[in-house]
Design a protein around this ligand. Structure first.
Ligand code: 6PG
Length: 241
């Protein structure tokens, strides 16, 4: 079952999410000697990333044992203003003692199908075919239209059952994206959604309280098979729940 945690504003939501990140990292390193986290793009996680880079939080994460992935990427070069890799790098990764070989970005600059196949095989090498893609933490956001990662309403990637990573053309954005597939997302040990702002309130109500229509509301697809799902929501976004 999904757990919903509500906070007065984005700042406090981000602080709680940072504490969650620290706890899961500590636990994963203690249990398995490493912490595999998949980051999200968009604007909501920026304050979380900035907080994790502060002196206060930096010391609390064993960064040399962290492995950083992405849940999705826009098909643009890594220095492009729309690159989710660039965003996380500038706000967080450049400021923490993380070995560069433990940063696994999706190559948005190459042909989308190739970038997806390459990331698929990278994940298979990292996690192993048998264990499956079990991220210790997968961060997700939700768009105004109910999309999550780059699973947009009525797009082909929603039907993917075999591949771990897929390319997805998003008509609404006139662009290609590369995204984890639904089974890969749902194999994660922990998933945390960050949702903020009044403009998300009605869509969030539909996703959490409405009929199950995953092709219209892709965020509803997120149901970890053997993991925990937490929604970090601010009061403005939670207003209609
Ligand atoms: C992206 C992400 C996307 C994002 C949501 C929410 O790179 O844009 O793929 O799924 O998490 O669109 O974005 P905001 O946080 O900007 O609302």
């Amino acid at each position: 079952m999904a757990q919903i945690r509500t906070y007065p504003d984005l700042e406090r939501l981000s602080r709680a999410a940072a504490e969650h990140f620290v706890d899961l990292a500590r636990q994963a390193v203690a249990d398995r000697g490493r912490f595999a986290v998949a980051l999200s793009g968009g604007s909501t996680p920026k304050s979380l990333y900035a907080l994790l880079a502060t002196e206060e939080f930096l010391r609390r994460v064993d960064w040399p044992r962290v492995h950083v992935f992405w849940g999705d990427e826009r098909c643009v070069p890594p220095d492009h203003v729309d690159s989710s890799y660039r965003m996380a790098k500038e706000i967080l990764l450049d400021h923490v003692p993380l070995p560069s070989e433990q940063v696994y970005r999706i190559r948005g600059e190459i042909e989308p199908a190739l970038a997806a196949a390459e990331y698929d095989s990278l994940l298979r090498d990292f996690f192993g075919e048998v264990s499956g893609p079990r991220f210790d933490l997968l961060l997700l956001g939700m768009g105004d239209d109910g999309h999550t990662a780059s699973l947009f309403p009525n797009t082909a990637a929603l039907n993917e059952r075999e591949r771990w990573v897929v390319e997805n053309y998003v008509e609404a954005k006139h662009m290609w994206r590369v995204t984890l597939s639904p089974p890969t997302i749902n194999a994660a040990a922990n998933i945390a959604f960050l949702v903020s702002g009044a403009e998300k309130a009605e869509r969030l109500r539909q996703v959490l309280k409405g009929d199950y229509q995953p092709h219209l509301l892709p965020a509803q697809i997120v149901k970890p098979v053997n993991g925990h799902l937490l929604w970090f929501v601010d009061e403005a976004a939670a207003a209609l729940l």
